[in-house]
Design a protein around this ligand. Sequence first.
Ligand SMILES: NC(=O)C1=CN([C@@H]2O[C@H](COP(=O)(O)OP(=O)(O)OC[C@H]3O[C@@H](n4cnc5c(N)ncnc54)[C@H](OP(=O)(O)O)[C@@H]3O)[C@@H](O)[C@H]2O)C=CC1
Ligand SMILES: O=C1O[C@H](COP(=O)(O)O)[C@@H](O)[C@H](O)[C@H]1O
Length: 515
Amino acid sequence: MPSPAELIGIDGNPLRDPRDKRLPRVAGPSVLVLFGVTGDLSRKKLLPAIYDLANRGLLPPGFSLVGFARRDWENQDFRQVAYEAVKQHARTPFREEVWNHLSEGMHFVPGEFNDPGAFDALAMAVKELDETRGTGGNYAFYLSIPPKFFDVVVEQLQRSGLAERTNDSWRRVVIEKPFGHDLKSAQELNNVVHRVFPEESIFRIDHYLGKETVQNILALRFANTMYEPIWNRSYVDHVQITMAEDIGIGGRAGYYDGIGAARDVIQNHLLQLLALTAMEEPVDFSAESVRAEKAKILSSVRVPSDLSLASARGQYAAGWQGGVKVQGYLDEDGISPDSTTETYAAIKLEIDNRRWAGVPWYLRTGKRLSRRATEVAMIFQRAPHLPFEATATEELGQNALVFRVQPDEGITVRFGSKVPGPSMEVRDVNMDFAYGESFTESSPEAYERLILDVLIGDPPLFPRQEEVELSWKILDPIEEYWATIGQPDQYKSGGYGPKSSDRMMKRDGRAWRRI
Ligand SMILES: NC(=O)C1=CN([C@@H]2O[C@H](COP(=O)(O)OP(=O)(O)OC[C@H]3O[C@@H](n4cnc5c(N)ncnc54)[C@H](OP(=O)(O)O)[C@@H]3O)[C@@H](O)[C@H]2O)C=CC1
Ligand SMILES: O=C1O[C@H](COP(=O)(O)O)[C@@H](O)[C@H](O)[C@H]1O
């Protein structure tokens, strides 16, 4: 028999045996306070994800959502905006009864982050929910706000007493990315957050870790035997990690300008993808073990000394996207005409350990590229000898194993195959695994998974501070170098990125995969 302490495992519910994996993971009584509820992320992702969780029966009956932003809104206005967001962006079908139940627990507190009075009002609102909806004093504070306010809001939570937990309740804080602007500011922010919340209550979010296909990197590597023997410098020629977007910055000029592509997604999403692909097998799937292996890899990453050869950056110019003429970055609303912020970044990294020594890892990301595609591609070395006539293998590329993170989720293996016919001609073919063909369950959105993990208190999919700092240590010298070269190279919207990025690959005798 498990001990009583073991039984209070999942969701703090003593009636559930944590060993019974067949039971769905369901959140316990709680309030989610969403700061920045009127913002882009909340509207497109967070509110729909909360609805999807409710629709899947993963939220408790008294679950309450409190929105906080500067609008002069009543609860009804908030519910209406949330309704539209859900209708437009939710993954699961709209069900009136689910929505009605969820929206009864939705409240809005208007306020400015610098106003202590607004946080006092918030404290009163959540206490009232404890009384009226049985939320048990369990609060998760989600900071979906401009990063410059992370510390301000955390300090307000302390001052207002909202961060203070009692013995039988919990308080958690979710901090969006980027966590800091560089190593120093990330450490300063961490000090502020740590003065208020203990480490186990801090959830630094990187939504890529909530994606099914990203978690599948670990499943493919560690649940199978056939890949491990070739997962190293003896077989892998190089690795390409691509996050291409077809969208521009939209209405996010205030956030994006001065941050740029590398801070926006390389420091977090792309380096996390690198860590998951390169790391050693963790002892188990606990937060501690997974995070420790990722940190080990990130601390082995080496930035090449000559960044003029090993990096490229670009800024989108006007062009055509999906048949529509679009303007360049410098003409976007809210962008200064002489901004040097990059909307495309590519870097080459190396990993100094026995498994990966000498294997280059190329990372690239960009906005307004020809299409949306995120993938991790392991490109294997060429066969040491081909016993065919040279003409038979003219079209043969290198073997590749590609994790298609999005939008067409799956895994592709590319290899050479004989072309049917009388001669021995060998050509590349693809063998595909597609989620839709193999599973009946559809993939939850990343934020569904991560919000549920926060409410349950399950941290493995959240990077810890060490990973955040190690990632900044990788990026800081690159940003410093880029600061000395001024204007990024222009590239046409709807294209493949700046020529300098292709030249970076060409110098190494390689080419980017077509997106
Ligand atoms: N948008 C995206 O695709 C992604 C965003 N993120 C991260 O999520 C966070 C939010 O991004 P996003 O939604 O795009 O940002 P937005 O600029 O769209 O939203 C910011 C929110 O913060 C509120 N806000 C701003 N200043 C104040 C203030 N002084 N007092 C009170 N409320 C304020 C705004 O409310 P109002 O103006 O109504 O008062 C708004 O609700 C950022 O950290 C970003 O890096 C992460 C991944 C993707
Ligand atoms: O974190 C961010 O991610 C989005 C892209 O997210 P995805 O899940 O659609 O790949 C990106 O547009 C945004 O600039 C960035 O902040």
